[in-house]
Design a protein around this ligand. Structure first.
Ligand code: HEM
Length: 206
């Protein structure tokens, strides 16, 4: 669970960096997306590993939640979880399911059309199409709103998940203050960055 989480954190960093290019330069975004979308290694090794990593992460998350609930069928008489645990750590399954629902919408928006375009219809490759396809999706205020809400839930999920992954992976406790700082920095900056990208394209296209 921890290793798949750390792997998804790396993916998020990569995904954010490429998407941020769409704000800086449409040409650079198109070039990078074209490379990622046509490179054999990315398409047939990294992409399947990523999809398996995502499936593993949420299947294990749901399995562990069910197992933990079964381990305590009778609830505590007096539950004072807030005294030694954060809201985020107690609601990982909830914030995770919201992120999963977002991924359903996000795959419907980008990933499925991409797979259909390339591997079902076998359409000729057009290296300049990516920017237009991305911007078009952010014209709809409802979709932009759903994305922004999802990114806030992603932030809440990461605020606990990021440092918990390091802890489960066995990092020495002397690094704890640094892991805490890195957790807050990553978990706030990356989702806020995604929110910025979504709002930027919405605002510059109205
Ligand atoms: C404004 C924010 C975002 C934008 C503009 C965006 C854009 C895109 C685009 C254009 C694709 C299609 C890539 C392709 O297969 O050709 C994609 C795929 C994907 N996105 Fe996002 N994304 C955003 C946020 C996120 C977030 C927050 C997550 C995770 C929680 C995420 C997870 C994924 C995954 C798993 C894929 C499929 C894997 C891949 O082929 O790269 N995205 N995204």
């Amino acid at each position: 669970m921890a290793l798949s989480g750390l792997f998804l954190v790396l993916f998020l960093l990569q995904h954010f960096s490429i998407n941020f290019l769409s704000v800086l330069s449409p040409e650079l975004f198109n070039e990078t997306s074209h490379f990622m979308g046509t490179n054999v290694l990315v398409q047939f090794l990294l992409q399947p590993v990523l999809i398996l990593g995502i499936i593993f992460h949420f299947v294990m998350g749901i399995y562990l939640e069910v197992k933990n609930n079964k381990a305590r069928p009778v609830k505590y008489k007096k539950f004072n979880g807030g005294s030694n645990s954060s809201w985020m750590s107690r609601n990982m399954i909830f914030t995770g399911l919201v992120v999963l629902a977002f991924l359903g919408l996000h795959f419907y928006d980008f990933w499925i059309p991409e797979i259909v375009h390339k591997y079902v219809e076998g359409s000729p490759e057009d290296a300049g199409r990516y920017y237009g396809e991305l911007v078009e999706k952010f014209e709809d205020p409802i979709r932009v709103g759903l994305y922004v809400i999802s990114f806030i839930f992603l932030m809440l999920h990461l605020l606990h998940g990021f440092s918990a992954s390091f802890q489960s992976a066995g990092w020495h406790s002397k690094y704890k203050p640094w892991i805490r700082k890195a957790t807050v920095a990553f978990s706030v900056i990356i989702p806020l960055g995604f929110i910025f990208i979504a709002l930027f394209h919405y605002i510059t296209n109205v």
